[in-house]
Design a protein around this ligand. Structure first.
Ligand code: C2E
Ligand code: MG
Ligand code: MG
Ligand code: MG
Length: 272
């Protein structure tokens, strides 16, 4: 009896696994189609200068409105896209669409606003990446120094020498580079120094709770001091309260973003 129950359970897991795999495959196909049917669009989150209080940049965050399932989080579909060449297609779409939108906004409103675009680690391996960035800037007229490309710390640490080469090529275009989600990837200051970066973004997990814990605040203070010592601009992500904002200003953090300052939203909504 135990044996048959065991087998039944095994079959149950088998079915669950197959269902999950089928859903994955279907989602991947849907994502391929989504690029060409207007289901993907960039949301923009304000980045605020802590010295002036002005919105100085926006970060493009990709959104997928699935016709059947509704909004799907990038935390779900970006990893899916990263499993194949699809991430390069998505990456190119984001780059072209957001540089065009930002260049238009800047000239229509006389705004001096920078753009931050996330890059996946797989895009660093794409030989078309550097020319695609160069083309996007040339086509839209967005100044190179108004574009920051964000790469996560864990992606950069995967293979610093290979990444460094691509980053150098990107930098020679005049664009700025940021290390994203800093603090989650266990990199050392020595490793960081070998990469020429402009901005360090402190991961949200380090910001949460700084207003209530001296230790948490001390860690953030030391990250800021370390980053400033090597000439990096520091951005805090995930600022959700006024207390956190005030503290970050006291700690001489340069820029901040988070729900307290503005949620990611469509360009038409943000720039009404
Ligand atoms: P990220 O680049 O670290 O972006 C920050 C994430 O934190 C975004 O999640 C943003 O909506 C969220 N966030 C911002 N402020 C707050 C806050 O105050 N509280 C909380 N709880 N969350 C906040 P989102 O939009 O879901 O994106 C998740 C990740 O997906 C991004 O993390 C990025 O790694 C990736 N991603 C998004 N768009 C793209 C893209 O176009 N290309 C690539 N390669 N990755 C992307
Ligand atoms: Mg980012
Ligand atoms: Mg981040
Ligand atoms: Mg992140």
């Amino acid at each position: 009896q135990a044996k048959s129950r065991g087998r039944g359970r095994f079959e149950f897991f088998d079915v669950a696994l197959r269902t999950r795999m089928q859903r994955r495959l279907r989602m991947e196909q849907d994502l391929r189609d989504a690029v060409h049917s207007g289901q993907l669009w960039p949301a923009y989150q304000p980045v605020v200068d802590l010295h002036t209080g002005d919105m100085v940049a926006v970060e493009a965050l990709l959104r997928w409105t699935h016709p059947k399932h509704g909004p799907i989080s990038p935390a779900e579909f970006i990893p899916l896209a990263e499993e194949s060449e699809l991430i390069n297609v998505l990456g190119k779409f984001v780059l072209n669409d957001t540089t065009r939108e930002l260049a238009a906004l800047r000239s229509a409103r006389g705004l001096d606003l920078s753009l931050k675009v996330n890059l996946s680690v797989r895009q660093l391996d794409d030989p078309h990446l550097v020319p695609a960035v160069r083309d996007a800037l040339a086509t839209t007229g967005l100044p190179a120094n108004a574009l920051t490309l964000e790469v996560t710390e864990s992606a950069l640490m995967r293979d610093t020498s290979a990444a460094a080469e691509v980053l150098t090529a990107l930098r020679s275009l005049g664009v700025l580079l940021a290390i994203d989600d800093f603090g989650t990837g266990y990199s050392s200051l020595a490793q960081l120094r070998t990469l020429t970066l402009d901005t360090l973004k402190i991961d949200r997990s380090f910001i949460t709770g700084i207003a209530d814990s001296h230790d948490a605040a001390a860690i953030v203070a030391s990250i800021i001091a370390m980053a400033h010592a090597v000439g990096l601009t520091v951005v805090a992500e995930g600022v959700e309260t006024e207390k956190e904002l005030i503290l970050l200003r006291e700690l001489e953090c340069d820029q901040a973003q988070g729900y307290h300052l503005g949620r990611p939203s469509a360009a038409a909504e943000l720039f009404r």
